[in-house]
Write a protein that binds this ligand. Structure first.
Ligand code: DQA
Length: 148
């Protein structure tokens, strides 16, 4: 069975109460449950990691080698400055989709730049929980060869 790893970065454990006007009122647990239902429907295995610690995310990306077929990554604030996470993505051959709940390009200037964008397959930003659902759908269709 194909396996997908969802990695969420700093402060995303506070979803639901964290700036709900920006990030919505859905908790991370709710998002993961929705993704699990969708993964079951699509017939893939899905695992979840959340960490506030950059090094733990680097290690999770490294450990995904030869285990996972795809990574869905919301690196949160690390998106904008973590060269270590960017290098970890470059170091492995597991494809990564970059996810954001909010439209980072419509927010503060410092959120417009993603250091990981050049080394991921693509970015989905601005659709709330549906950014994750869309990423899962694309990952599965890529794995199956339905899309190039
Ligand atoms: C975020 C956007 C980032 O700029 C921010 O630091 C986050 C969440 C998003 O999902 O919209 O923590 O990645």
């Amino acid at each position: 069975m194909n396996k997908i790893l969802v990695i969420n970065g700093p402060n995303l454990n506070l979803l639901g109460t964290r700036e709900p006007e920006i990030y919505g009122s859905t908790t991370l647990d709710d998002i993961n449950k929705m993704l699990k239902v969708q993964a079951d429907k699509l017939g893939v295995k899905i695992d979840f990691i959340q960490s506030n610690i950059e090094g733990e995310i680097v290690t999770a990306i490294q450990n995904a080698r030869a285990v996972y077929d795809f990574i869905l990554l919301n690196a949160a604030a690390f998106t904008h400055y973590s060269v270590a996470i960017r290098d970890a993505i470059s170091a492995i051959d597991v494809p990564v989709i970059e996810i954001h709940l909010s439209n980072v390009h419509a927010r503060e200037e410092f959120r417009h730049h993603s250091v990981i964008a050049p080394v991921v397959l693509g970015q989905i930003s601005g659709f709330g929980v549906d950014s994750y659902i869309a990423a899962l759908d694309i990952a599965v269709r890529k794995i199956r060869g339905d899309i190039k």
